[in-house]
Design a protein around this ligand. Structure first.
Ligand code: G3P
Length: 206
């Protein structure tokens, strides 16, 4: 329907707000796409050494994922929209983050936004994913590996928490595939032993 399409477009536009780029600009910092992994995400912003900017990026990118889903879940039913539309909005916000229309389609890897989306689906599912990511991040101290492992676990958690017949289960599989796919360069670095640890600084052009 046209309304479902409007929600999907809105979600894509919300996703296109790359907080790594927006926060960096607002704080007078270099574009995160110019240093470190060149990824506009909280992990890479942290490589600038500016912790507050990294935290704001994480919260902003997470909040937008949640917002796109929550908005469709709240307002959608008034237009006869249900879980299908919510799932489409979830994928749209993630795709917006990864390929943002506002920033030359050079977006991020979707970890924070995916967690935000999961909060919109089901709080327990989100907490399970977040706990897995945090646990892995603290133990191995490699952001990308923690994200990849957590991504693979999300469909498993979804199977048990929302059930295999839920639209959100299939959506979680697609989300996991998208997030892992965006970590291709990290996978290569991991396999060649070149992936850095969380918080290791990088030379930032100013
Ligand atoms: O949030 C993305 C993270 O998993 C990896 O980021 O900058 O190390 O490629 P980065």
């Amino acid at each position: 329907t046209t309304t479902a399409f409007a929600f999907v477009v809105a979600a894509y536009l919300i996703g296109s707000l790359s907080f790594a780029v927006i926060v960096s600009r607002a704080m007078g910092m270099a574009d995160p796409r110019s240093y470190g992994s060149k990824n506009p995400g909280a992990t890479n912003v942290l490589r600038s050494g500016r912790k507050l900017a990294a935290v704001l990026t994480l919260l902003g990118d997470g909040a937008k994922g949640w917002l796109a889903v929550a908005l469709t879940a709240w307002v959608g039913p008034r237009y006869g929209l249900g879980e299908q539309a919510i799932a489409m909005a979830a994928l749209a916000v993630l795709i917006g983050h990864m390929w943002p229309v506002f920033f030359g389609f050079k977006g991020g890897k979707g970890v924070a936004t995916a967690v935000g989306v999961l909060f919109g689906f089901n709080v327990w599912l989100a907490l399970a994913a977040l706990a897995s990511w945090l646990f892995m991040a603290f133990v191995i101290k490699i952001s990308s590996l923690a994200a990849i492992v957590a991504s693979v676990l999300v469909p498993v958690y979804a199977y048990f928490i929302v059930g295999p017949h839920s639209v959100y289960f299939g959506t979680c599989i697609i989300i996991a595939i998208l997030v892992v796919h965006r970590h291709k360069s990290n996978l290569i670095n991991l396999l060649t032993g070149q992936e850095g640890k969380i918080g290791e600084k990088s030379d930032v052009a100013s």
